[in-house]
Design a protein. Structure first.
Length: 139
């Protein structure tokens, strides 16, 4: 069995954003040479998420509106975590809602997606450089 590890780096120039990283993950898979196995994609930050969904601008807008209604950023005083001097408690909770990571099957050297599926990085506390782990195992 082979193993491949790569870190992707990005900076979202706003507090929140949704970035389609499917192409970068596909490049990692090609570089790995793995044809059959599993691909894990994980944000290496507790205020970000990786998830799979449709790359449709209206839907991405709907995620933003839904999450902000469910877990509003302000007022920051509503969160005990922010008593530490932070202002990102909502970011941690939003991550829990959208999830930590995704695992995608690799079949014949390709990510084995369903119709319209794409991999997204969800940023909830941006304006700084972040890392995303891509770990692929298989043959």
């Amino acid at each position: 069995m082979k193993s491949y590890r790569q870190e992707l780096h990005l900076t979202v120039p706003a507090r929140r954003g949704y970035i389609n990283i499917t192409g970068e993950v596909e490049r990692c898979l090609e570089e790995s040479g793995i044809k059959e196995g599993l691909c894990l994609v994980n944000p290496m930050h507790i205020s970000a998420s990786v998830f799979i969904n449709d790359d449709e601008p209206g839907l991405l807008h709907d995620f933003e509106v839904f999450l902000e209604k469910l877990v509003p950023h302000a007022p920051i005083e509503q969160y005990r975590h922010n008593d530490t001097g932070e202002d990102n408690a909502d970011s941690h909770i939003k991550r829990q809602v959208l999830g930590r990571e995704v695992v995608v099957a690799v079949t014949n050297g390709r990510l084995d997606f369903g119709t319209w599926e794409q991999i997204f990085y969800g940023e909830f506390d941006g304006n700084r450089r972040k890392r995303i782990l891509v770990k692929i195992i298989g043959e």
